[in-house]
Design a binder for this molecule. Sequence first.
Ligand code: GLV
Ligand code: MN
Ligand code: MN
Length: 412
Amino acid sequence: MRIEIDGTRLWNELGTLAGFSDTPRPSVTRIVFSDQDARARAYVKGLFTDAGLAVREDAVGNTFARWEGREPALAAIGTGSHIDAIPHAGAFDGTVGVLGGLEAIRALQRAGVRPRRSLEVLLFTSEEPTRFGIGCLGSRLLAGSLDAGAGETLRDKDGRTLNEVRTAAGFDGDLAGVRLGPGYYAGFVELHIEQGPLLERDGVPLGVVTAIAAPASLRLFFEGEGGHAGAVLMPARRDAFLAAAEVALAVEAAAKESGAVDTVGTAGVCEVFPGAINSIPSRVKLELDIRDIDGDRRDAVLRKVDEAIAEICGRRKVEARKEVINADSPAVCDASIVSALSTACERHGLAHRKMVSRAYHDSLFMARLAPAAMLFIPCRGGFSHRPEEYASPEAIAQGALVLAEAMATLAL
Ligand code: GLV
Ligand code: MN
Ligand code: MN
């Protein structure tokens, strides 16, 4: 069996997909269930169909493209990732895993492989939290890690429910039906850009992921008292933004003081009401993202943040309310999938390193459903979630090659 990746075709397809964006190249903005998302989905589904794959979509828009194996009743081997992109992102986050997964399957078809197990490439809905506030929406529902009832009540910024928005995008049916049984996949492998600098810095072409860090996100609402920016004197103020600002700094301090460089904390959303230069902020929404490869250490940071909120808001006489959006456990990748990936790298003479993923991925939830692992390729400067995100055509083709090799082994 000689597997050959059509790197030029894959590169061109990634370029076409990047054009479905609400912001001009090189930036990509593709919010789930937007018009551009619909156009991108139609493009990718067309590619799936052209490859002879049977396409199925579930009620939340997760899309499965299946190449039937010799024994279709057996649990399948899955691959895939997402095509939604946060505002002003790049062209490679997620997309490499979807189109690279497709090219891996096409390469196996061209090589004359007839796998025993079916192979499936997935396009997961809304890995990014941009629209509904929670990341990995599609894979959470697949794994049963988000209750369908809780899913129904999610709303976007405009107050539209997930149900309204998905129905308008052509996906209806019961969200509870999205959940997959534990025997559906015999293995899952996600190809992704590293989103960090290590592989490029050390000249290592591939990373085999052994664990995925535990993400948590919180939504905080602060309520103080508004008023005239000239007339209300400083001792009388209950400024909601200043309380939020102190909490953001407390998150930074708690992450830095955790004792490990693996702890990270970010305050990426801050909405100030009424948002006028000459008005004291009366209400603020602050969203926090706190992660660690060690779930207990991450939870200790969450507790410190709670203490900081109580102290800061007590002192400033500002009310605070907290919603936990998610506080997920880390995922440990499966030893047999890690080993299939390592062996596939070796078979093609490609060096690899074992590493952890600090970003989260749909594999965090697929690992709850099936033995799972991930394959990373280098990206320039480690840039991601910004327009400068770039992975070379060679790196992408090498990733697809090793993915194809590993899937062929797992599907035997
Ligand atoms: C995924 O996009 C993440 O934020 O890790
Ligand atoms: Mn991302
Ligand atoms: Mn991603």
